[in-house]
Design a protein around this ligand. Structure first.
Ligand code: R1P
Ligand code: URA
Length: 236
Protein backbone atom coordinates (compact mmCIF):
# COMPACT_ATOMS: atom_id res chain seq x y z
CA UNK A 1 0.00 0.00 0.00
CA UNK A 2 -0.30 2.22 -1.92
CA UNK A 3 -0.84 -0.17 -4.83
CA UNK A 4 0.09 0.45 -8.48
CA UNK A 5 -3.42 1.79 -9.12
CA UNK A 6 -4.72 3.18 -5.79
CA UNK A 7 -2.81 5.89 -3.94
CA UNK A 8 -4.52 5.67 -0.52
CA UNK A 9 -1.72 5.13 2.00
CA UNK A 10 -3.86 3.75 4.77
CA UNK A 11 -6.64 1.12 4.82
CA UNK A 12 -8.71 3.44 7.00
CA UNK A 13 -9.11 5.88 4.10
CA UNK A 14 -11.51 3.42 2.43
CA UNK A 15 -14.79 2.17 3.96
CA UNK A 16 -15.66 -1.53 4.21
CA UNK A 17 -18.29 -1.02 1.48
CA UNK A 18 -17.37 0.53 -1.87
CA UNK A 19 -19.87 1.51 -4.57
CA UNK A 20 -18.33 1.04 -8.00
CA UNK A 21 -19.58 2.76 -11.14
CA UNK A 22 -17.55 2.35 -14.32
CA UNK A 23 -17.47 6.08 -14.92
CA UNK A 24 -15.14 8.22 -12.74
CA UNK A 25 -17.47 11.20 -13.17
CA UNK A 26 -20.41 9.12 -11.89
CA UNK A 27 -18.29 8.44 -8.80
CA UNK A 28 -17.68 12.20 -8.45
CA UNK A 29 -21.38 12.92 -8.97
CA UNK A 30 -22.30 10.52 -6.15
CA UNK A 31 -19.73 12.05 -3.80
CA UNK A 32 -20.82 15.62 -4.65
CA UNK A 33 -24.56 14.90 -4.52
CA UNK A 34 -25.05 12.39 -1.73
CA UNK A 35 -22.02 12.27 0.59
CA UNK A 36 -20.93 14.51 3.47
CA UNK A 37 -17.45 14.95 4.96
CA UNK A 38 -15.98 13.72 1.68
CA UNK A 39 -12.28 12.95 1.22
CA UNK A 40 -10.81 11.90 -2.11
CA UNK A 41 -8.58 8.84 -1.67
CA UNK A 42 -7.71 8.11 -5.29
CA UNK A 43 -6.89 10.09 -8.40
CA UNK A 44 -4.42 7.71 -10.09
CA UNK A 45 -5.29 7.57 -13.82
CA UNK A 46 -8.29 9.80 -12.95
CA UNK A 47 -10.04 6.73 -11.52
CA UNK A 48 -11.63 8.82 -8.80
CA UNK A 49 -12.30 7.40 -5.34
CA UNK A 50 -13.98 9.11 -2.38
CA UNK A 51 -14.98 8.24 1.18
CA UNK A 52 -17.70 10.11 3.04
CA UNK A 53 -20.87 9.61 5.04
CA UNK A 54 -24.42 8.99 3.90
CA UNK A 55 -27.13 9.62 6.51
CA UNK A 56 -24.25 9.66 9.01
CA UNK A 57 -22.91 6.24 7.96
CA UNK A 58 -19.56 5.66 6.25
CA UNK A 59 -19.23 4.51 2.62
CA UNK A 60 -16.77 4.83 -0.28
CA UNK A 61 -17.33 5.22 -3.99
CA UNK A 62 -14.67 4.54 -6.61
CA UNK A 63 -14.76 4.07 -10.37
CA UNK A 64 -13.84 0.74 -11.97
CA UNK A 65 -13.14 1.90 -15.52
CA UNK A 66 -14.67 -0.12 -18.35
CA UNK A 67 -14.38 -3.85 -18.84
CA UNK A 68 -13.35 -6.90 -16.87
CA UNK A 69 -9.56 -6.37 -16.88
CA UNK A 70 -10.11 -2.93 -15.38
CA UNK A 71 -12.61 -3.83 -12.62
CA UNK A 72 -10.54 -6.98 -12.09
CA UNK A 73 -7.55 -4.84 -11.04
CA UNK A 74 -9.42 -2.33 -8.87
CA UNK A 75 -11.68 -4.79 -7.08
CA UNK A 76 -8.72 -7.13 -6.38
CA UNK A 77 -6.66 -4.32 -4.86
CA UNK A 78 -9.58 -3.04 -2.77
CA UNK A 79 -10.42 -6.49 -1.40
CA UNK A 80 -6.89 -7.81 -0.94
CA UNK A 81 -4.86 -4.78 0.15
CA UNK A 82 -7.45 -2.39 1.63
CA UNK A 83 -9.60 -4.96 3.48
CA UNK A 84 -12.76 -3.91 1.66
CA UNK A 85 -15.57 -6.41 2.38
CA UNK A 86 -18.37 -5.40 -0.01
CA UNK A 87 -18.29 -3.99 -3.53
CA UNK A 88 -21.54 -2.96 -5.16
CA UNK A 89 -21.17 -2.26 -8.84
CA UNK A 90 -23.59 0.46 -9.99
CA UNK A 91 -23.50 0.44 -13.77
CA UNK A 92 -25.36 1.16 -16.94
CA UNK A 93 -26.56 -1.65 -19.20
CA UNK A 94 -28.17 -2.32 -22.55
CA UNK A 95 -31.51 -4.13 -22.44
CA UNK A 96 -31.90 -7.31 -24.52
CA UNK A 97 -35.71 -7.35 -24.20
CA UNK A 98 -38.42 -4.68 -24.20
CA UNK A 99 -39.35 -5.98 -20.71
CA UNK A 100 -36.51 -3.87 -19.31
CA UNK A 101 -37.17 -0.21 -20.08
CA UNK A 102 -34.90 2.85 -20.01
CA UNK A 103 -34.14 3.84 -16.40
CA UNK A 104 -35.36 0.50 -14.97
CA UNK A 105 -33.13 -0.90 -12.23
CA UNK A 106 -31.84 -4.48 -12.47
CA UNK A 107 -30.23 -6.47 -9.66
CA UNK A 108 -27.93 -9.09 -11.20
CA UNK A 109 -28.80 -12.42 -9.62
CA UNK A 110 -25.88 -13.84 -11.59
CA UNK A 111 -23.73 -12.98 -14.60
CA UNK A 112 -23.20 -15.16 -17.66
CA UNK A 113 -20.09 -14.50 -19.76
CA UNK A 114 -17.93 -15.85 -22.59
CA UNK A 115 -15.00 -14.11 -20.90
CA UNK A 116 -11.83 -16.04 -19.99
CA UNK A 117 -11.28 -13.79 -16.94
CA UNK A 118 -12.32 -16.28 -14.24
CA UNK A 119 -10.59 -19.23 -15.89
CA UNK A 120 -7.33 -17.35 -16.35
CA UNK A 121 -7.44 -15.71 -12.91
CA UNK A 122 -8.27 -18.79 -10.90
CA UNK A 123 -9.11 -21.82 -13.04
CA UNK A 124 -12.88 -21.28 -12.72
CA UNK A 125 -14.53 -23.28 -15.51
CA UNK A 126 -18.20 -22.28 -15.40
CA UNK A 127 -19.60 -19.46 -17.53
CA UNK A 128 -21.94 -18.19 -14.79
CA UNK A 129 -21.17 -16.64 -11.39
CA UNK A 130 -23.62 -15.50 -8.71
CA UNK A 131 -23.59 -12.22 -6.84
CA UNK A 132 -23.44 -12.66 -3.06
CA UNK A 133 -26.95 -13.68 -1.92
CA UNK A 134 -26.58 -11.88 1.43
CA UNK A 135 -25.89 -8.55 -0.30
CA UNK A 136 -28.66 -9.15 -2.81
CA UNK A 137 -31.15 -9.72 0.02
CA UNK A 138 -30.12 -6.44 1.62
CA UNK A 139 -30.43 -4.56 -1.67
CA UNK A 140 -33.91 -6.02 -2.28
CA UNK A 141 -34.95 -4.87 1.19
CA UNK A 142 -33.62 -1.33 0.63
CA UNK A 143 -35.30 -1.09 -2.80
CA UNK A 144 -38.62 -2.16 -1.23
CA UNK A 145 -38.26 0.37 1.58
CA UNK A 146 -37.52 3.13 -0.96
CA UNK A 147 -40.41 2.01 -3.19
CA UNK A 148 -38.11 1.52 -6.18
CA UNK A 149 -39.13 -1.41 -8.43
CA UNK A 150 -36.28 -3.71 -9.39
CA UNK A 151 -35.87 -6.59 -11.86
CA UNK A 152 -33.88 -9.49 -10.37
CA UNK A 153 -32.39 -11.30 -13.34
CA UNK A 154 -29.39 -12.90 -15.02
CA UNK A 155 -27.23 -10.44 -16.95
CA UNK A 156 -24.59 -10.79 -19.65
CA UNK A 157 -21.05 -9.53 -18.90
CA UNK A 158 -19.43 -8.94 -22.28
CA UNK A 159 -15.83 -8.22 -23.28
CA UNK A 160 -17.13 -6.52 -26.42
CA UNK A 161 -19.21 -3.36 -26.71
CA UNK A 162 -19.24 -3.22 -30.52
CA UNK A 163 -19.90 -6.70 -31.94
CA UNK A 164 -19.40 -7.32 -35.62
CA UNK A 165 -22.69 -9.22 -35.58
CA UNK A 166 -25.09 -6.94 -33.69
CA UNK A 167 -27.85 -9.59 -33.72
CA UNK A 168 -25.95 -12.03 -31.46
CA UNK A 169 -27.65 -10.58 -28.40
CA UNK A 170 -30.89 -12.36 -29.45
CA UNK A 171 -29.27 -15.77 -29.05
CA UNK A 172 -27.70 -14.79 -25.72
CA UNK A 173 -31.13 -13.72 -24.46
CA UNK A 174 -32.91 -16.84 -25.76
CA UNK A 175 -30.27 -19.40 -24.82
CA UNK A 176 -28.94 -18.08 -21.52
CA UNK A 177 -31.77 -15.85 -20.26
CA UNK A 178 -29.65 -12.70 -19.92
CA UNK A 179 -31.98 -9.67 -19.95
CA UNK A 180 -29.25 -7.03 -20.34
CA UNK A 181 -25.56 -6.53 -21.10
CA UNK A 182 -22.78 -4.77 -19.23
CA UNK A 183 -19.04 -5.38 -19.05
CA UNK A 184 -17.80 -5.98 -15.48
CA UNK A 185 -19.98 -8.03 -13.09
CA UNK A 186 -18.61 -11.49 -14.00
CA UNK A 187 -15.03 -10.62 -13.00
CA UNK A 188 -16.15 -8.69 -9.92
CA UNK A 189 -18.19 -11.68 -8.72
CA UNK A 190 -15.25 -13.98 -9.42
CA UNK A 191 -12.76 -11.85 -7.46
CA UNK A 192 -15.17 -11.71 -4.51
CA UNK A 193 -15.51 -15.47 -4.59
CA UNK A 194 -11.79 -16.30 -4.69
CA UNK A 195 -10.95 -13.74 -2.00
CA UNK A 196 -13.79 -14.69 0.36
CA UNK A 197 -15.48 -11.27 -0.03
CA UNK A 198 -18.93 -10.05 -1.11
CA UNK A 199 -20.12 -8.44 -4.33
CA UNK A 200 -23.37 -7.33 -5.95
CA UNK A 201 -24.32 -5.52 -9.13
CA UNK A 202 -27.10 -3.00 -9.66
CA UNK A 203 -27.66 -1.70 -13.17
CA UNK A 204 -29.76 1.00 -14.79
CA UNK A 205 -30.97 0.45 -18.35
CA UNK A 206 -29.24 3.12 -20.46
CA UNK A 207 -30.31 1.77 -23.85
CA UNK A 208 -32.27 -1.08 -25.33
CA UNK A 209 -30.95 -3.16 -28.22
CA UNK A 210 -34.47 -4.29 -29.23
CA UNK A 211 -36.31 -0.96 -29.08
CA UNK A 212 -33.21 1.12 -30.03
CA UNK A 213 -34.06 3.69 -27.34
CA UNK A 214 -31.08 5.26 -25.58
CA UNK A 215 -30.08 7.81 -22.97
CA UNK A 216 -27.39 10.45 -23.42
CA UNK A 217 -23.86 10.24 -21.98
CA UNK A 218 -24.80 13.02 -19.54
CA UNK A 219 -27.79 11.01 -18.28
CA UNK A 220 -25.55 7.95 -17.88
CA UNK A 221 -23.22 10.04 -15.71
CA UNK A 222 -25.73 11.92 -13.55
CA UNK A 223 -29.29 10.69 -13.83
CA UNK A 224 -29.26 7.09 -12.63
CA UNK A 225 -30.08 8.10 -9.08
CA UNK A 226 -32.50 5.29 -8.12
CA UNK A 227 -29.82 2.61 -8.16
CA UNK A 228 -27.46 4.99 -6.36
CA UNK A 229 -29.99 5.53 -3.56
CA UNK A 230 -30.52 1.78 -3.13
CA UNK A 231 -26.77 1.10 -3.04
CA UNK A 232 -26.04 4.01 -0.68
CA UNK A 233 -28.23 2.36 1.96
CA UNK A 234 -25.33 -0.13 2.32
CA UNK A 235 -23.42 2.56 4.26
CA UNK A 236 -22.55 1.48 7.81
O1 R1P B 1 -21.82 2.70 -16.96
P1 R1P B 1 -20.75 1.72 -16.61
O2 R1P B 1 -20.73 1.44 -15.15
O3 R1P B 1 -19.38 2.11 -17.14
O4 R1P B 1 -21.15 0.33 -17.33
C1 R1P B 1 -21.35 0.10 -18.70
O5 R1P B 1 -20.97 1.19 -19.52
C2 R1P B 1 -19.71 0.94 -20.17
C3 R1P B 1 -19.93 0.90 -21.66
O6 R1P B 1 -20.51 2.07 -22.11
C4 R1P B 1 -19.22 -0.39 -19.62
O7 R1P B 1 -18.37 -0.16 -18.53
C5 R1P B 1 -20.51 -1.06 -19.22
O8 R1P B 1 -20.42 -2.08 -18.27
O1 URA C 1 -22.12 -2.65 -21.88
C1 URA C 1 -23.08 -1.95 -22.20
C2 URA C 1 -23.56 -0.91 -21.38
C3 URA C 1 -24.63 -0.18 -21.79
N1 URA C 1 -25.20 -0.45 -22.98
C4 URA C 1 -24.75 -1.44 -23.77
O2 URA C 1 -25.30 -1.66 -24.85
N2 URA C 1 -23.70 -2.17 -23.37
Amino acid sequence: MPTPHIEAKNKNEIAKTVLMPGDPLRAKFIADTFLEDVKQFNGVRNVLGYTGTYKGRRISVMASGMGMPSIGIYSYELYKFYDVENIIRIGSCGGYTPDVKLYDVILAKDAWSESSYAKVQGGYESDTIEGTPELNQRLVKYANELGIPMHIERIHSSDVFYRQNFEEYKEIYNKYGCVAVEMEAFSLFHNAKVLGKKAACLLTVSDNLETKEETTSEERQNAFTNMMKIALEMAE
